[in-house]
Design a binder for this molecule. Structure first.
Ligand code: WQD
Length: 339
């Protein structure tokens, strides 16, 4: 079986991707220092796939320790690099932590791929690289604007580093720009484990509904949108996960036409914050206590994906609806209260 290294394998998207990789015949190992994740998620992966995942609990900013994983696993044929800090608000407060962690860890993983001749590299990028786009439905060729946060800068810089690096070695890469990954695996054995008060909308909704948060704040209701609240492209985390398997297949089967290709991973639909809240209440019959508040600094007004390139070239077809997203997120929140 082809062995894949997943960095950040205990994280939200990393854990769901490991499940999909295993179910599609790959062997997987993980590197995750659990600074922003919980290793217990590996038990959930095991319950779904009946496969124990080895996680190396090391800091990717330590090159020597990172190299030991490649030395111990000479049969790694590809890397999916998720590991990074990803809280937009926190990145504004601690930019140097974000540049230090997100950039140095990426450079070390690329150095190892080069040194140990691992030629397939998939990078976890984000729609934040578009900034506030001129057109709200973005193509991969849409001009990238000023990043709205240091987190967004680390993703723009990461993409540039990879694009330059692959020109001088044998690495073939794919950059996957996620829109808003939400929900939980249909088995409800794994899901999102936000640390502290959640910054993201979906966990903020489910934690408000279950009573962990007294009231949800809607950050802005005076935007130039259909109902005044921001528009985003929410995409189920299991759809995002499967796209990673398809991206690896694409590289391994040498279907790529350049050494660095970019794909948008979004549903192609834009929903406002208030539409998501309404969908949640309708689907779960849980009334939500929310208040219309001030805008949040750094928020993009509206963005959603044109996902035709991933559909055409990767054969990707998102299958989960917004109803599935709110229902799986809610069922996961209900399960967490008994953990
Ligand atoms: C969505 C909308 C908020 C919380 C970020 C990153 C992106 C990805 C996902 C990593 C916005 C509103 C939110 C709340 C609210 N991260 N909101 N009340 O900012 O679109 O994207 O997270 O992959 O890269 O940029 O996601 O869920 O924080 O916000 O009104 O309590 O919900 O203002 O309009 P965002 P989000």
């Amino acid at each position: 079986m082809n062995k894949i290294l997943v960095t950040g394998g205990c994280g939200f998207i990393g854990s769901h991707t490991i499940v999909d990789l295993i179910q599609n015949g790959y062997q997987v190992i993980s590197i995750d220092n659990n600074s922003r994740s919980n290793a217990d998620i590996l038990f959930g992966i095991e319950r779904i796939t009946n496969t124990k995942i080895k996680n190396y609990k090391i800091d990717l900013c330590d090159l020597t320790k990172t190299e030991t994983v490649f030395i111990e696993n000479p049969d790694i044929i590809g890397v999916i690099h998720f590991a990074a800090y990803k809280a937009v608000g926190e990145s504004v407060e601690k930019p140097l932590d974000y540049f230090d962690n997100n950039i140095n860890s990426l450079i070390n993983v690329l150095k190892c791929c080069e040194k140990f001749s691992v030629s397939h590299f998939v990078f976890s990028s984000s729609c934040t690289v578009y900034g506030n786009p001129d057109t709200i439905q973005v193509l991969e060729e849409t001009e990238l604007k000023e990043a709205e946060s240091p987190y967004g800068y680390t993703k723009q810089m990461g993409e540039n580093i990879i694009q330059q690096t692959v020109k001088s070695n044998k690495i073939e890469s794919i950059l996957l720009r996620y829109f808003n990954p939400v929900g939980a695996h249909p088995s409800i054995e794994i899901g999102e484990l936000p640390i502290g008060k959640p910054a993201n909308l979906f966990p903020a909704i489910t934690q408000t509904a279950i009573g962990k948060i007294p009231q949800l704040q809607v950050f802005g209701s005076d935007y130039p949108t259909k109902d005044g609240s921001c528009i985003r492209d929410y995409i189920h985390v299991s759809d995002i996960a499967h796209a990673h398997t398809l991206a690896l297949n694409y590289l391994i089967e040498k279907r790529n036409t350049s050494k660095c290709e970019v794909f948008n991973l979004g549903s192609g639909n834009g929903f406002s914050v208030l539409e998501v809240i309404n969908k949640f209440e309708t689907e779960t019959k849980q009334p939500l206590n929310y208040i219309l508040s001030e805008r949040r600094a750094g928020d993009v007004i509206a963005i959603f994906a044109n996902n035709n390139k991933a559909k055409l070239l990767l054969g990707w077809e998102p299958k989960y609806s917004l109803s599935d997203m709110v229902n799986t997120a809610w069922k996961w929140e209900l399960k967490l209260q008994y953990k």
